[in-house]
Design a protein around this ligand. Structure first.
Ligand SMILES: [Fe+2]
Ligand SMILES: [Fe+2]
Length: 298
């Protein structure tokens, strides 16, 4: 069935989405990146061109920040995805706008930090941004469960990745900036995870396949970033984000929090997906061990 044919399910969970959004608005305090960026370090790039010797944080920390930034830079495509897939009714529209506004500050903040502190090659960064956006990002969601399983996992993954990238910098300013961004991702995660929980409550047999297909091949939306595989290997080795972290901090907690194992009264097809989902963590650990045997930490 095509995504549009599941409108009823989205309508049924809309009151919960409204409640979660109201709670989000209560809980989240807006922050201002201009209060954190070290503007006093900023210098003219024409009269004083960038050189790697000016960097103040490690190469692996720079790789992590740049990869996280380029992922955030693709926000227009994420916004379009929500616009395309979510219905035109008020709660979904309101959430899409609010979420986009909050996400928008992330790239602005990280870029401002990297440029003022000279912790990235400004030409390469801009060329990478253009290449990333030319590649774009176009998810192919067939069921709302795929959208909400993906966004839940992605927000949680970025929460962990931003937080770890901040720690790796050994710079209190970057640490605080990345902590605040990670906190936003957590707020977003709570929203998407809550909507998914409600879908599971209403239609357990209809959503497990979507959760499984999303988790089975989960990939961050960064494949269009130049050198993505090499950069992803570097941040995996640096302990910013890797398969073990994906297992420990994303997949396992989500399966637990959604109570997948305890679901009963499922159709026989859904019960198969339940079992497949429960088998995923140990597959991930096997893959993590294989990666760790091949690549040493950096
Ligand atoms: Fe973000
Ligand atoms: Fe987010």
């Amino acid at each position: 069935m095509a995504f549009e044919e599941h409108l009823e399910l989205l309508t049924a969970v809309e009151p919960v989405a409204q409640r979660l959004m109201d709670e989000h608005l209560e809980r989240r305090k807006h922050w201002y990146h201009h209060e954190l960026v070290p503007w006093e370090l900023g210098r003219n790039f024409i009269t004083e061109p960038w050189d790697e010797s000016q960097c103040t944080i490690s190469e692996k920390a720079r790789t992590a920040l740049v990869l996280n930034l380029l992922t955030e830079d693709n926000l227009p495509y994420y916004h379009v995805a929500l616009e395309n897939y979510l219905p035109d009714s008020s709660a979904w529209k309101q959430w899409g706008a609010l979420w986009t506004a909050e996400e928008g500050q992330h790239a602005i903040a990280i870029r401002s930090y990297l440029l003022t502190s000279r912790n990235c090659d400004p030409v390469e960064l801009e060329d990478n941004r253009v290449a990333t956006m030319k590649a774009g990002w176009h998810p192919d969601w067939r069921h709302p469960a795929e959208l909400f399983a993906y966004t839940s996992a992605q927000e949680l993954a970025t929460r962990v990745s931003h937080r770890n990238a901040g720690k790796l910098t050994d710079d209190p300013v970057a640490f605080e900036l990345m902590r605040l961004i990670a906190q936003d991702e957590n707020h977003h995660f709570v929203f998407y995870k809550g909507v998914m929980s409600e879908m599971i409550r209403i239609e357990p047999s209809l959503v497990l396949e979507g959760i499984y297909s999303t988790f089975e091949n989960f990939a961050m939306p960064g494949a269009g970033i130049p050198g993505f595989t090499r950069r992803a290997v570097d941040i995996a080795r640096a302990g910013v984000y890797n398969l073990r972290i994906h297992h420990d901090s994303v997949v396992k907690p989500l399966l637990d929090q959604w109570g997948i194992e305890k679901l009963t009264g499922l159709s026989s097809k859904a019960a198969e997906f339940q079992q497949k989902l429960m088998d995923l963590p140990k597959d991930l650990i096997t893959k993590a061990e294989r990666f760790e045997a091949r690549f040493s930490p950096i």
